[in-house]
Design a protein around this ligand. Sequence first.
Ligand SMILES: Nc1nc2c([nH]c(=O)n2[C@@H]2O[C@H](COP(=O)(O)OP(=O)(O)OP(=O)(O)O)[C@@H](O)[C@H]2O)c(=O)[nH]1
Length: 153
Amino acid sequence: MNGRKRMEQGGSHKNKDAEKPLLLVSAALIMQENRVLLTQRKRGGHLALHWEFPGGKLHPGESPEQALVREIEEEVGLQIEALTPWAFVSHDYGTFHLLMPLFRVGRFYGTPQALDVHAVAWFELPSLRQLTFPPADLPLLAQLFAEQGLTYP
Ligand SMILES: Nc1nc2c([nH]c(=O)n2[C@@H]2O[C@H](COP(=O)(O)OP(=O)(O)OP(=O)(O)O)[C@@H](O)[C@H]2O)c(=O)[nH]1
């Protein structure tokens, strides 16, 4: 069976041995003048009101890059280009396992709007220490800070 046939709605597929869904999510590192663009998750549901890197689940048949272009347009109304793989997360959330590539965005067009998120905002790196992030994001934040010669938290 090929990878596409094993995909389920919402970008997840079964890990045959553990029977734990693998959730495939694509996320964006969008930076401008030393500030990073983050979105805040909606009220209710998983990790409500946590800040995170904008992005979302892969739809069946999409590449991570295609999913990210679609999600960023839907969530914050930006058109993004020149995606470069930067890091990835592999995190066990208990009921599912998250696999999330984070792409650095080379170019974007438009002004961020909170279209399908609770909020969207630009943050100076040190101010990220005051925000609440999903546990899966902590290694990404450490890597982002280290790149700028800073430590997280
Ligand atoms: N976009 C994004 N998702 C993340 C990050 N960190 C992290 O753990 N996730 C997890 O990856 C999944 C993202 O999928 P999503 O945003 O489409 O999930 P959702 O539950 O809001 O979608 P849904 O309402 O369509 O079901 C969530 O389980 C979320 O908790 C991150 O930095 N960015």
